[in-house]
Design a binder for this molecule. Structure first.
Ligand code: NAP
Length: 487
């Protein structure tokens, strides 16, 4: 992509923003609903195209398309209702002493053009009309989408659906623009263009961190919301292994290998204590892993990385292979693998907390409870952590669970981290290096908060105020007026 075309795209995006930012909640809701309907209207050819480009099975893609359209409709409902702008009104007290109080009103306003990088592992839900695009459009921002080169035709089809929705709803044609260019240089230019006001990304640590650094090096730094993956530690407490090791093994063999392990919530690290039950658990897990056949990964680059990173991880000091699939892997397939290491080796080797993206998990064996606590300290910020424990021991480990919560965005008790529910109370984020900003989520309606900033309007002529802040509350939204919640 030429420098000049990046400039044209961002100028067009800015031009569209000047009108789109004034669209009412009802107009944006109609637009987001229309995108969802147009995506559904693409029907089977969209699913077939994505199957060919990503090697993902039909059922998974049909489910992911449903998640994507549901996501768009959740944002539509949010903007139609309107309270999400967080309107606050503090009316003037001219005769207050010693100083009069001015009239002050505040609400969230959109940032401007947002550059979104489509993800390889979710061709719908985190790509062209995925959560970053949907949340930015809901917030009143315009979007420049850099398609992921692993599924260009899928991306093109979805971009076509958005274009149809734009035309049906009479939106500015450059509210959404689709860019296909598989060069890092194009991504850098998009992030560094002065008219870009924010960036959304899901992918590797190296990719997300590079984009974050490009943004920080700009004359005007801008926020980059990068979700960069996670190893999602699972702490398996001794009581649970005593009571139900086979069930836990079954649950985890399925979670580790689900979708060939290509989820940012894949459980890449299991931690437990050396007990007689751990031995049987290890054997049971090994047995289940051997039964799962290798499967084709998203694209050859991801498969190559998996082979390389798995090989490197297995060569680290003290790491031993517990089991791999009994079926040999073909080209571009990811082979289900579990390995183990003693906590004493884990504690001194930062390489063991690096993500091996694919069906791989490392079991860390602590000799004592203290060693388990220390292992927690060695794990950097994560999207999720899971505790598997019996009711009584969960109470006994309450302090430990609080420490676990300090370094993740979601804590799961007696479940698996894979499977991210799309609903308002989901937080999909976490302390660095899981993301570049732990305060925000990339799943659920709160994802729109990434693309807005607060503005206070002091002593404004009433007619110039946004409708959300006018006295008569024309939109009928919840507002904090003189410290009381009113509608
Ligand atoms: P990626 O390498 O992070 O790339 C994602 C997007 O970011 C692509 O559009 C890519 O540009 C762009 N990008 C990456 N590095 C860049 C840089 N230095 N400068 C400018 N743009 C850059 O992810 P991927 O291609 O999907 O997969 C590669 C590896 O990422 C996988 O093997 C896996 O380890 C990891 N991954 C992790 C997750 C997760 O959720 N944890 C998800 C997906 C991938 P181009 O279009 O020019 O290539």
């Amino acid at each position: 992509m030429q420098n000049s075309s990046v400039d044209t795209v961002l100028r067009q995006s800015r031009e569209a923003f000047l009108s789109y930012r004034n669209r009412t909640g009802a107009q944006k809701a109609k637009f987001l609903e229309a995108i969802a309907a147009e995506i559904e209207g693409l029907g089977d050819p969209l699913i077939r195209t994505a199957m060919t480009e990503t090697n993902l099975p039909e059922a998974r893609l049909v489910g992911e398309r449903g998640r994507t359209t549901n996501q768009l409709r959740q944002f539509a409902a949010m903007v139609a209702e309107g309270s999400w702008v967080e309107a606050r009104i503090d009316t003037a007290i001219p005769d207050r002493t010693p100083l009069p109080k001015p009239d002050l009103r505040k609400m969230m306003v959109p940032l401007g053009p947002i550059v979104v990088f489509g993800a390889s592992n979710f061709p719908f839900a985190y790509s062209t009309a995925g959560v970053d695009t949907a949340s930015a459009l809901a917030a009143g921002c315009t979007v420049v989408l850099k398609a992921h080169p692993a599924h260009p035709k899928t991306s093109e089809l979805v971009a076509g659906a958005i274009a149809k929705a734009i035309s049906k709803c009479g939106e500015h044609p450059f509210v959404f623009q689709h860019v296909q260019d598989s060069s890092f240089e194009a991504g850098k230019q998009l992030v560094q263009h002065p008219l870009t006001k924010g960036v959304g990304f899901t992918g590797s640590f190296s990719g997300g961190k590079a984009l974050y650094d490009y943004a920080a090096a700009r004359k005007e730094p801008i926020p980059v919301f990068a979700e960069m993956g996670s190893i999602n530690p699972v702490f398996i407490l001794p009581g649970a292994l005593k009571a139900r090791s086979e069930k836990v093994a079954e649950l985890y063999a399925a979670s580790i290998t689900q979708g060939v392990g290509q989820f940012c919530t894949n459980p890449g690290l299991l931690l437990s204590m050396e007990t007689p039950e751990l031995k049987s658990f290890t054997q049971q897990l090994a047995g289940k892993i051997r039964e799962v056949a290798p499967a084709t990964m998203l694209h050859p680059g991801i498969a190559e990385n998996f082979v390389k990173n798995r090989g490197k991880a297995l060569k680290e000091k003290g790491v031993t292979l517990i089991a791999e699939s009994a079926t040999p892997a073909q080209t571009n397939q990811g082979i289900p693998t579990v390995a183990s290491v003693q906590a004493e080796n884990f504690l001194v080797n930062p390489a063991l907390v690096e993500e091996v993206f694919g069906p791989y998990s490392l079991l860390v064996v602590a000799r004592t409870r203290e060693e388990l606590f220390k292992a927690l300290d060695a794990i950097p910020g994560q999207l999720t952590a899971t505790i598997i424990g019996e009711e009584d021991e969960l109470k006994e480990y309450a302090d430990f669970i609080r420490l676990v919560s300090d370094r993740v965005g979601r804590v799961i008790i007696n479940g698996v981290p894979t499977g991210v529910e799309v609903c308002p109370s989901m937080h999909h984020g976490g302390p660095f290096p899981a993301t570049t900003d732990s305060r925000f989520t990339s799943v659920g309606i709160d994802a729109a908060k990434r693309w807005v900033r607060p503005v206070s309007y002091q002593n404004f002529p009433h007619d110039l105020l946004p409708p959300e802040l006018q006295n008569q509350n024309p939109l009928g939204i919840w507002r904090l007026v003189n410290n009381s919640w009113t509608k």
